[in-house]
Design a protein around this ligand. Structure first.
Ligand code: HEC
Ligand code: HEC
Length: 207
């Protein structure tokens, strides 16, 4: 009787030990995120790519062809000089009083007056002012719908892909320098950034 009990006990111990070994070896294959090491490595690679993609995007957003309209109250010209004559945002982003943007800016660049143009020419809405903001702040703004007028990553992608105001940056007319990053590279970067979950630099980042 006693021998059988002892044998039975030993069997239990052995089975438990095997089970524990099986369980711990499973645990080794995953970490707290519940992902196997290989998947995690892949994800962090995508994540890094997302950060590089953001660097490309923000370089375009801060280019004068984009930044000149994404101001607080007044648009800028060329490499960031004041717009002469002085014009201001006004209630509908299209100017004040007799100084309406549409008086001088039409649907296309005007080689005679020198005024650039594209359909819908207006200052960017105030919630999309990114002058004097850091890369981290702009990123946070664009990824926070309650601060940016309810815009989603997909609407950002659509805008930079096809809106005439964005496309104008690659056909600015006159002696203006077009955006230095090719348009298709920007679109690819935006897609990559969205696929990576729109990662932002941390607030302490230097740029
Ligand atoms: C002539 C002024 C002007 C220029 C130049 C301009 N923008 Fe804008 N931008 C606007 C306006 C106006 C809106 C708001 C459009 C809307 O809400 O329909 C806007 C909106 C945006 C948005 C938000 C889109 C959304 O609704 O999700 C992004 C992103 C953007 N601009 C990027 C750019 C980039 C990149 C460039 C340069 C290649 C650029 N803009 C050049 C006026 C401008
Ligand atoms: C009285 C005519 C006039 C009015 C009104 C006017 N503009 Fe202009 N704007 C011009 C001219 C001319 C230029 C070209 C200046 C140059 O390149 O030297 C210009 C240039 C610009 C540029 C520079 C683009 C670049 O990247 O160099 C922006 C942006 C701009 N205007 C936005 C606006 C907005 C927004 C409004 C309305 C709030 C407006 N303008 C109202 C005449 C006008």
């Amino acid at each position: 009787m006693e021998l059988r009990q002892a044998a039975c006990f030993l069997r239990h111990v052995t089975i438990s030990a095997v089970l524990i070994m099986a369980l711990t070896s499973c645990e080794n294959r995953t970490d707290k995120s519940g992902q196997a090491p290989e998947t995690k490595a892949q994800n962090s690679q995508v994540d890094t790519m997302g950060h590089q993609d953001w660097e490309t995007i923000v370089e375009v957003l801060l280019h004068p062809r984009c930044l000149n309209c994404h101001q607080l109250e007044m648009p800028l010209i060329n490499e960031g000089s004041p717009h002469i004559p002085r014009v201001a945002r006004g209630p509908g982003n299209m100017g004040t009083g007799t100084m309406q943007c549409g008086n001088c800016h039409s649907n296309q660049n005007n080689p005679v007056t020198g005024a650039p143009g594209a359909p819908g020419w207006a200052m960017a809405p105030i919630e999309l002012n990114w002058s004097h903001k850091s890369s981290a702040q702009i990123c946070k703004l664009l990824t926070t719908p309650q601060d940016n007028g309810g815009r989603s990553p997909d609407s950002l992608l659509k805008f930079i892909s096809e809106n005439p105001l964005a496309l104008w940056g690659w056909n600015p007319g006159g002696k203006r320098q077009p955006v230095n990053i090719p348009h298709d590279k920007l679109v690819e970067a935006m897609k990559g950034w969205i696929a990576a979950g729109t990662p932002c630099p941390s607030e302490g980042a230097t740029n």
